[in-house]
Structures are given as C-alpha cells and as structure tokens.
Design a protein. Sequence first.
Length: 398
Amino acid sequence: MKPLTKTPASESLARLVGQSVDAIDTPALVVDLDAMSRNIARMADFARKHSVLWRPHAKMHKSVALAKLQMQAGAVGICVQKTAEAEIMAEGGIHNIYISNEVVAGPKLARVAALAHRLREERGRLAIAVDSVEGIARLAQAMSEAHNEHHTPTVIDVFVEIDVGQGRCGAAPGEPAALLAQEVLRHPGLRFAGLQAYHGKAQHLRGALQRREAIGCVLQDVLSTRKVMAARGIPVELVTGAGTGTLVCEASSGVFGEVQAGSFMFMDADYAGNDRDPAQPQFEHALFVKTQVISSHMNHAVCDAGHKSHAIDSGLPKVVAPDPESELEYFNGGDEHGVLRPAGTGHRLPAIGRMLWLIPGHCDPTVNLHDYMIGVSGGLRTGTVERIIKVDARGALT
C-alpha cells in the first residue's frame, strides 16, 4: 500500500488565496482585513491628534507581518511580554521592542542581553521593565557579561514598573520606585528610560466613568512618583502604559507619553462589552472563528468550534447573527464542540452545514491557539481570501 502523505498546512492554506470565504475549512481563525485596516488607521490618527507615541502589544497578534503593518501606520515599535516573543519579532525585522515585563532567570537574561546587543548593532532598541533591586542586579550582571563577550558597550533601556492598581508586578509608587530608578542609574549597562504604569484591571471596567476614575488614581500615583524622583534629581523621560479600554484617559492626561493599546486591532467580545467612551475611536470586530454546524436537534444545534479553537477565560464567544430572526447564543460543548441555542422565542436554529462566525471572548490567547490566521477582504459574507498570516510567536512562552 502506498504510504499516505500529508500536505503541509501552509501549502494547503496558500491555495486558498484568491478563493471565496466559502472555501475556508472549519474551524479557522479569520481576520477581516478591511475592518482591521480601519482600526489601525483610527488608532494611528488618534495617537497623532493626542501627540502620544503608540507602541502596540504584539503579544496580541504574535505576527511579524502585522507588527510591520502597525509600524508602517505610525507605531514607534512594539511591546511583548516574553523574551521569546522579542527574539522572534527581532528575527523578523522589528528593531524597536519593549519587553513590558520582568525577567529574572539567568538563561533568559543572557538572551535579553544578547538581543539588546544585536538590536543596538542594527540601530534598534530593546527596553525592559524592572520592579526590584534583585531584578536590576541580575539584569546588570547579564549586560556586563554581554559587554565582556562582545567587547563593545551594550546598553538596555529600563523602565521602572509601578503598581497602579493591577496588583500584579510593580513597585509601590513614590519612594520605593524612586529608589529603584537610582539603582538603575548605578549600572553602566542600564539606562533609566522612565516609568511603566499599566492598569490591566481598569481595561475591563464596563462603565466609561469607572475607567476614568480608575485612571485618575493611576495619574496620581505617577505624578507622586515623578515628584519624588525630581527631588532626587532623576528626570522621568517617558511614562508608558494604557490599553484599549482606557487609552483615551492616558492619551489626554498630559502625563503619559506612550500608549500600549493592542487589542483594538481585533476587538474581542470582552472589550466590546465595555460602554464606549465618547472620546474613543469606534473600533470594529476584526477577528473571527469560522465554524460549521455539524448536528441539529429540536432545541439546539452543534458547531465544530470548541474551546480548542478559542479562549474562554474572558467568556464564551458571541455568534454573529446571520439575520435578526436567527440570533444564537453559544454554550460550552467541550474541546471540539459548541452548543448553539436560539437567543429568543421564535428564533430559528441553523441547519446542518451552515457556516457561522464567532467573535472570541479574548483575542490574545485565541490567536495563540492557531498557527495561521486567514486574511479576508471584501467582508465575511462574500469576501475573498487575500493572504495567510503566520502566527510567528505562537507558543513563545519563555
């Protein structure tokens, strides 16, 4: 018997380019390129109008190609959370990278130092966050070893992270943060670049007023920290932070010089659940999971997209209604299945074979479940596959 051969996924997907959206097999992660482009343009325009730098989080899309699109639109660089993500982005040609996270493990710090050296050689920039004296000492040691290895000065930009309400990483605002900035200044391989002040929990407060109040407290923490640093003769060159949920607050504050919003590009179901601040650009859903109905019953139908195809940490996906009489609710059916029920009395269930579109609850971990995203132009109903987007940093967790 002739052995079976498998066509690589990349080759199989490449054949879709130029075909109708109907040709996309399910489940599949699909990007509405038209909506994504409008989102990027609106964000770039917003940053220009508010005179702030825009450094989107590439941990959201994990794609070199999409990072380049953002930078072509005006992004100053990208944020990542992992050393491996930074390495992959640099390998793909992104040369302005900020690891907005603490790194303390020796082997990872050696990689950070090597990447900093490489990017400096390419006239690029690597930055990283710190929140402890121990973390600073370890980073300085790694940079010193890189200096000795390459026999040339190797410098990395360092942001002192302050805890402004997230309750995760970050030094306490004020004196503790100022002491860390002083510690950074002691080491020749480190350059104090400013403050990291990101309030992740505030991104998902539903009310616009709630979010504004939360960021008001963030601004007080930042200003008090800057005041203490100024008294010690330490200028704060840049304050960076903000996300899709609160970016209007930070951008208009006169305190933040850089915003890190990234999820706006795809706009997941969770962010869409926020009451929109009138000052925020109107971002559209651009990331979808295409799925197909594989079973139909009296009171429910079943599709082939379970939670192996989309993350459920921020809630189950929303179903894009084919028409007003066919609104559906998605229920957890396990790894490979989604259970669909009518959203209201008299609403119809879809027939077996019907193609449907799901809006993921949380875009970042959803993207990390897929090797590729399928880019479609012309809309989800009658559009055409335009490009295949590789998720370059999928699984880049170290």
